[in-house]
Design a protein around this ligand. Structure first.
Ligand SMILES: Nc1ncnc2c1ncn2[C@@H]1O[C@H](COP(=O)(O)OP(=O)(O)OP(=O)(O)O)[C@@H](O)[C@H]1O
Length: 608
């Protein structure tokens, strides 16, 4: 805020009242948000997976509902003429005052922005009126409630077994463990295997976040060991066994595995947090390379994630000079995809028209993207951030990109002097399109890479199926490879629920004409899928075919898909493990124990 704009006296009653209405609106939002996170514990204890899924889905919509409610209330109460520039300025100052001892000030600021931007017309948009940068500090905010953000344990004093047991029992899960001492022994053995030879420093301790992280059928303990000046992150997943009793499933120390657990390709966690910024700070100490925006998002605070992402993006733009251009790879038929080489994201705009055989509309595509946002992405679909009215500096766009935008999406592109405004777009992590990845591996003669790509591709499809998602268009170009070499799906315009598809065997021709027919001679309904045909467009390449048939031949049979569909219809919620099977305790006696790697102290891993 400029000095000239700063009011000497706060005198507007309206400004005070509006500020209070917005603050109350936010507090209501966060109360409901927390209630859902608290219920996640009960859902987990009772194994109520369907309810848990429903609650997680509903929570995503809470924010927009509360913003809408608040805007409605203000519009009913005040006339636009009353909201003068002076009132807006005072409003922000009153609001700042109201946040001085707030526990979630950064979220409340974002809520303020959402409400104000809804009321203010875009052309009237004034940065002095909203929080372009955070104003209220989130440092050193302590909880008022009994439970602190994290608890500290001293294995040196109390013994490791006792400390580990205390960590678990402090969560007060209202469900029976199958054999807690056995599981604690297993965790302890892994710890000793990893750290047994390290000399304990006087400060050695274990810090554990006070709330469990719930997602799907798992609850995760998140903590770190501290010894001297080193920190060792760890995660312990708690699951139900077949009898509905609790077990500790494994312990994750590997930074890559921990990072993948928090990946943008997974559903958001439900965590009961009084001070979310303190959780983010703790998590960042485990994964320093993961941006704060992604931390907020994975904690279910996706609006905050979006706000922080945008600030990071603007800063990146200011401190870079390369040009936006079309994303490498095969052009999409429905999406126009562009990227800035120095920035690890892509920007996706829905085209104004689509060539045959695409039969879709902008509204339908938006619906599919929303479906993915609300659905469990099981580590196999990229999360997207949706933005309206994003301004780009024109000189940073290549001529080709401007021409493509003007040709394919004129209704979404507006030029205002030096600015190009795109009225609607999605932003998503950049990956290497799988078709490019496979052809690079082929060029390099790297069969192991080809096999890995094909294996991961099939696994991605199978995990999507578990989550009731049929990708629709399964061409390699619609999948990307992450930095952790995981294959992830990103083309959502043709996805369907598995339960809405009809998987069919191609009928046997009855006559020679039928056999020779170039078009199907049998009737085909809209949602009919013939898995036997997948090979025609997937297996042209001999090497790809070899590895596909080795690992995933079942995907080419209707019976595979029918059986999976039946399982979903029978109400099974299958497990999808966000970590490798071989590290699970239950597999320990079947396979060799996991390789002992040096403690992963602060490796500078890129996040997924
Ligand atoms: N996250 C991403 N990272 C890197 N490249 C991407 C990403 N998303 C899309 N692309 C590139 O943009 C192209 C088109 O994207 P996408 O498949 O989403 O569009 P589409 O119009 O839906 O495609 P289709 O014509 O198959 O329906 C991809 O083939 C790929 O080359």
């Amino acid at each position: 805020m400029t000095q000239a704009a700063f009011p000497k006296l706060l005198s507007s009653q309206i400004a005070f009242d509006i500020a209070r209405t917005i603050r109350d609106g936010f507090d209501k939002h966060y109360r409901l948000f927390r209630e859902t996170s608290q219920q996640a514990k009960q859902h987990f204890e009772q194994g109520a997976w369907r309810e848990a899924q429903r609650a997680a889905r509903e929570r995503i919509g809470f924010y927009d509902k509360r913003v809408h409610e608040c805007v409605q209330m203000l519009e009913d109460e005040y006339d636009q003429e009353e909201l003068t520039d002076d009132v807006w300025r005072e409003l922000k100052l009153h609001y700042i005052g109201m946040l001085s001892d707030h526990k979630q000030p950064e979220l409340a600021e974002t809520f303020f922005n959402s409400v104000c931007c809804n009321i203010l017309h875009r052309t009237y948009f004034h940065n002095d009126f909203i929080f372009v940068r955070p104003v209220v500090s989130t440092e050193y905010i302590e909880t008022d409630e009994l439970s602190p953000t994290y608890r500290v344990y001293y294995p040196g004093k109390d013994g490791l077994h006792f400390a580990l047991r205390r960590i678990i029992t402090n969560f007060q899960l209202n469900a029976k463990f199958a054999n807690l001492d056995r599981d604690v022994d297993l965790v302890e053995a892994r710890l000793r295997q990893l750290f047994g030879t390290i000399r304990m420093e006087p400060n050695h301790q274990i810090q554990v976040l006070s709330s469990l992280f719930f997602r799907n059928k798992g609850a995760y303990i998140v903590g770190k060991g501290i010894n001297g000046n080193k920190e060792y992150p760890f995660i312990v997943p708690i699951l139900h066994n077949r009898n509905g009793e609790l077990i500790l499933d494994t312990v994750l120390f590997d930074l890559e595995q921990i990072t993948v657990l928090f990946s943008f390709t997974r559903a958001y966690f439900l965590v009961d947090m009084e001070v979310p910024s303190a959780y983010v700070q703790f998590l960042r100490s485990l994964m320093p390379r993961k941006p704060r925006s992604e931390m907020y998002t994975i904690l279910g605070l996706q609006k905050q994630g979006k706000t922080l992402f945008y600030r990071d993006y603007l800063q990146h733009l200011k401190h870079s000079s390369d040009q936006f251009d079309m994303a490498p790879g095969i052009r999409g038929l429905v999406m126009l995809v562009f990227a800035l080489p120095s920035f690890p994201y892509v920007f996706k705009v829905i085209k104004d028209f689509f060539p045959a055989p695409k039969e879709t509309t902008r509204a339908l595509i938006k619906e599919k993207y929303l479906l993915v946002k609300n659905h469990d992405r099981v580590g196999r679909m990229a999360d997207t951030l949706e933005y309206s009215n994003v301004a780009f500096p024109r000189h940073r766009f290549t001529d080709e990109l401007i021409a493509e935008l003007q040709h394919y999406a004129p209704s979404l592109v507006e030029e205002e002097g030096e600015k190009i405004i795109i009225k609607h777009l999605y932003i998503e992590r950049r990956m290497v399109p799988l078709n490019m990845w496979l052809s690079n591996a082929e060029k390099d003669g790297d069969d192991a890479q080809i096999e890995h790509g094909v294996l991961e591709y099939g696994n991605a499809i199978k995990e999507l199926v578990t989550a009731n998602i049929f990708p629709g268009d399964m061409l390699y170009k619609n999948f990307g490879v992450t930095r952790h070499q995981r294959v992830v799906f990103y083309d959502y315009d043709e996805i369907e629920y598995i339960t809405d598809c009809n998987f069919r065997v191609i009928p046997t021709p009855r006559t020679e004409e039928e056999e020779m027919a170039s078009e199907p001679w049998y009737p085909v309904a809209k949602n009919d899928v013939f898995p036997e045909q997948f090979g025609t467009f997937l297996l042209g390449n001999a090497k790809i075919r070899k590895y596909f048939m080795k690992h995933h031949a079942d995907l080419l049979t209707a019976s595979y898909w029918q059986a999976r569909k039946q399982r979903i219809q029978d109400g099974y919620v299958d497990d999808v493990f966000p970590y490798p099977q071989h590290i699970r305790f239950c597999h320990q006696h079947l396979t060799t124990p996991p390789a002992v790697t040096p403690p992963p102290f602060m490796e500078t891993l890129e996040n997924e």
